[in-house]
Each structure stands twice: as C-alpha cells, then as structure tokens.
Design a protein around this ligand. Structure first.
Ligand SMILES: NC(=O)C1=CN([C@@H]2O[C@H](COP(=O)(O)OP(=O)(O)OC[C@H]3O[C@@H](n4cnc5c(N)ncnc54)[C@H](OP(=O)(O)O)[C@@H]3O)[C@@H](O)[C@H]2O)C=CC1
Ligand SMILES: [Cu+2]
Length: 449
C-alpha cells in the first residue's frame, strides 16, 4: 500500500467516525412515495442502514413484497411523518402531488425519476416537480443507482450518486447524509439546472466511445477490401496464384498495425490543429470549434482503441512461426539456395522487431496511465509528460517499426507489403509539426512578452 492510499483511508475512516458519532444529517424517519421496484429496494436498504421508513401509497393494504418493518400509509399521512420524502414514482404520475402542496410545504422532496429517452421533456423531471410543489425543496438524486444494485448489494460499478438542488444547501446536505449512510458516494452537480444532465446520464451508451469505434471499424473495413483487392484478387487475376487463406491471418495482421497507428496519430493531431488555430487567432482564450472540442474529448478512447489494435497485431504476429504457409516458404527458401548469413539483414530484422517491442511497451504504459486509478496518483505535470512526451515517442517508435517492415521490400516493384504510405506519413508528420509549432509558439511568446 502506498502512502497516499493509507492517508486516504485514514481520511475516509475519520469521515465515517464523524458521520456515525454526530451525524446531524441522519433524520429519524424517511418517507418513500411509491411501492414499486425502486421504492421497495430503497426502503429495504434504508431499513438495513438504520433508518425508520414509511411508504406513501395509493393502496393501504400491505403486500408480501413490502419489506417487513415498513408501514404503508396514504401519501398525506406518510408525508407528515418525515421531513424527507423520496418520490419513487414515474414523472407521468406526478400530478396528484400538487394536491399535497400544503403537507409538503418546507419539506425536502427527492426526485429519483428517469426518462425513457434523452431530452424527453423540455424541462427536467426535478424542475417539473419543483413547479408542481412550489413550497418544497426539490433535490435530484439516486436516479443513477438501479433497484437491482440496491437489492443485490453489488454497488461497486454504480456507487456514485449525482445530486443537484435549487439552492438550498441544507436540503442537499440532508440527502447527501442519507447517500453516505447507504454506503454510496454523493457527487454534487450543482443547481437544479444540472438535473437534466443527471437524468440523461443513465440513458447514455458509451457516448465518448462511439466515434473511435465507428472510425476504427470503418478504417478496418476499408483496409480489408483494399488488401483483399491488392493481395488476393490481384494475385489471382494476374499471377494465377490462389492465396485466399490470407484473409484469416495475413490481412488482419496488416490491418491492425495500420489502424493502430492512424488512431494513435489522430490522438495527437487535434493538439496540432488547436495550436494552429490559437496561433492564427493570436490568443488562447477563445473557444475551439465544436468538432475540435468533441475530437479532443475522445482522445483517450481513440488511444485505447489503438492500443487494442496493437494488442491484436502482437497476437497475430506471435503465431507467424507456426503457420504452415510460413514454414513452407522458409523451407523452400532454404532448399532453393544454400544460404549465407547476411549480416545487414540480421540487423534490419532485429532492429525493426526491437522498435516494435519498445513501441508496444510504451503504448501499454500510455494505456495504463490513462486509467483513472493511476492518473489520480500522478500530478498534472507528470500526466502531461507521460501522455504527451512518451506518446510522441511511442508514435515514432511504432512508425519506425512499420517503416522498417515495409522498407524491406520497398525497392521491389512486385512488393505488396509497401501499401498505404499515407498511414505511415501521417503518423510521422504529426509529431514533427507539433514540435515545430511548439518552437514557433515559444519564439512568438518570447518576442511579444
Ligand atoms: N427501477 C429502477 O431501477 C430505477 C427506477 N428509478 C425511478 O424510480 C421511479 C419508480 O420506478 P419503479 O419503482 O421502477 O417503477 P414501478 O412501476 O415499479 O413503480 C412505480 C410506483 O409508482 C406508483 N404509482 C404508479 N402510478 C401512480 C399514480 N397514478 N399515482 C400515484 N402513484 C402511482 C405506484 O406505487 P403505489 O402502488 O404504492 O401507489 C408504483 O408502484 C421512476 O421514476 C424511475 O424512473 C430510478 C432509478 C432506478
Ligand atoms: Cu508490427
């Protein structure tokens, strides 16, 4: 365990002691409106964590599903028993709450609702609730936790509870106290205006991964057909050779490194474009165009997809020695000429492999340092150093590795290995331009200041 880990734990445990010793925010009774899936799961959890809980429901009789020890009352009666009311009802059924305005006056209303679609309503559900019951203090919370996670106790992936509230910090504190006591982590998102974003959050499906994944799939498809035409179909038509089995390993092993390099170059390209824009505008205090903003925001995902492709390339390469085609080719080569060891070829093959190994190692390092648990333990300067300086080095090493591989047959006209030079060129040019621009910027700043 590192020093920071232990000091964090100390901090956490002192927090816990503080909470249990004099938890001022822990109310006597919590009221939950709605005895549906979520209401029941939350009620059960509250009960386990020592809260006395009452349900407000349309029906007065208790069903067997209601956790034992929780009373079911009418909405108005239940609301009178508590200062905090959690509304576990769909937004469509909120209307009846306007009749309870008097009972709910001054109380904290927690809106947990989610929608079926992103931006389904013009205003957020929490804002709608605040309009319906003007006297209540509405807090948005718990919508990011699922009923299933509450019941099964597997809250690891969804431990964070995003909160927002009008501007009543006391109400927010009360809800945050409950969140903590349930063993969850409250995450204050600010005013109720943030509620819409919090409601959209559980509906999103990997928003930052869409572009990198579509792009990599598109590139892979394009390169696949490119290689298919150049290697399989060309050989079949002009040389009457059938090498269709290339589709299984040879072609994927060409696609993977090229896509990995292009994606890695695309991680660093927006930085170059941003620098050009800043130079052109003469200031760094203006907003970037939207497309550039979005591109910058998904750099980490682009890098990780690139890493996955590099991994695949490594795996495909590892099986080369056991392939029948390669063994056959090697044997026939040995038979065709009693070979003398060519020193330069030895150097060439070893050095491009070594460059690939080093590049891949740094690539993994980049991937690891981008994980939140690791990046939280380095400061901003260290993070920049790894992601930027080592990133460029990775790009250069991997490019040199690919160039070394292609360069072997560069001069032979029948070569099919030297293909898609743009990919290599792009990945080489990017670091160079950036380097030039940085120097230019430093020069300009030193002149103007
Ligand atoms: N299920 C989940 O995992 C999660 C759910 N949520 C949110 O929690 C809320 C409840 O979800 P869930 O429990 O799954 O839904 P359910 O359909 O299981 O339960 C909804 C409850 O609302 C009450 N209700 C229904 N119609 C009316 C009405 N016309 N007037 C008054 N009360 C009504 C009922 O309670 P009664 O019969 O007691 O009156 C009913 O049990 C939703 O807003 C949902 O978005 C948020 C996060 C996760
Ligand atoms: Cu390689």
């Amino acid at each position: 365990m590192t020093l920071t880990d232990s000091s964090k734990m100390e901090k956490n445990s002192s927090n816990m002691i503080h909470l249990t010793a004099d938890s001022p925010s822990k109310p006597e009774t919590v009221c939950i409106f709605g005895t549906g899936d979520f209401g029941r799961s939350l009620g059960q959890k509250m009960l386990q964590c020592g809260y006395s809980t009452v349900f407000g429901s349309r029906k007065s009789q208790t069903s067997s599903l209601i956790p034992k020890g929780i009373e079911v009352l009418s909405h108005a009666e239940a609301a009178k028993k508590s200062n905090i009311i959690i509304v576990a009802i769909q937004r469509e059924h909120y209307n009846f709450l306007s009749e309870l305005t008097e009972v709910l006056h001054g109380k904290v209303l927690v809106d947990v609702s989610n929608n079926l679609k992103i931006n389904q309503y013009p205003e957020s559900n929490a804002e709608y609730l605040a309009q319906l019951v003007p006297g209540a203090k509405v807090v948005k919370a718990f919508n990011t936790v699922s009923a299933w996670a509450l019941q099964s106790g597997t809250l690891d992936a969804s431990r964070q509870v995003k909160l927002s509230n009008m501007n009543d910090s006391k109400a927010k504190e009360m809800v945050m106290g409950i969140v903590r006591t349930l063993g969850l982590t409250p995450l204050d998102q600010g005013s109720l205006l943030a509620a819409k974003e919090i409601e959209n959050y559980p509906l999103q499906l990997f928003p930052m991964w869409k572009f990198p994944i579509y792009l990599s799939l598109g590139l892979s498809a394009f390169l696949f057909f490119y290689c298919l035409i150049r290697e399989v179909i060309y050989n079949y038509v002009y040389e009457n050779k059938n090498v269709s089995f290339f589709i299984v390993i040879s072609i994927p092993n060409r696609i993977c490194p090229v896509v990995a390099l292009i994606l890695l170059a695309l991680v660093y390209l927006p930085g170059v474009i941003a620098a050009i824009i800043q130079l052109h505008r003469g200031t760094k205090y203006s907003r970037f165009p939207d497309w550039l903003d979005k591109w910058m925001l998904c750099r980490k995902q682009l890098g990780l997809v690139a890493l996955a492709y590099a991994f695949l390339h490594v795996l495909y390469t590892l099986v080369i020695p056991i392939r029948y085609y390669v063994r056959w080719k090697l044997n026939s080569y040995v038979i065709s000429q009693v070979d003398q060891f060519i020193h330069s070829t030895g150097w060439h093959s070893d050095s491009y492999l070594a460059l690939g190994i080093l590049g891949f190692f740094l690539f993994i390092l980049l991937g690891i340092t981008s994980l939140p648990s690791v990046s939280n333990n380095v400061n901003w300067r260290e993070f920049r150093f790894v992601q930027s300086k080592l990133g460029y080095l990775t790009l250069i090493l991997c490019t040199a590795h690919t160039l070394g591989y292609g360069g072997k047959r560069f001069l032979s006209p029948s070569s099919y290995r030297w293909y898609l030079p743009e990919a290599y060129v792009l990945s080489l040019i990017v670091p160079c331009i950036k380097y030039q621009i940085l120097h230019l910027c430093r020069g300009l700043y030193s002149i103007t200041s």
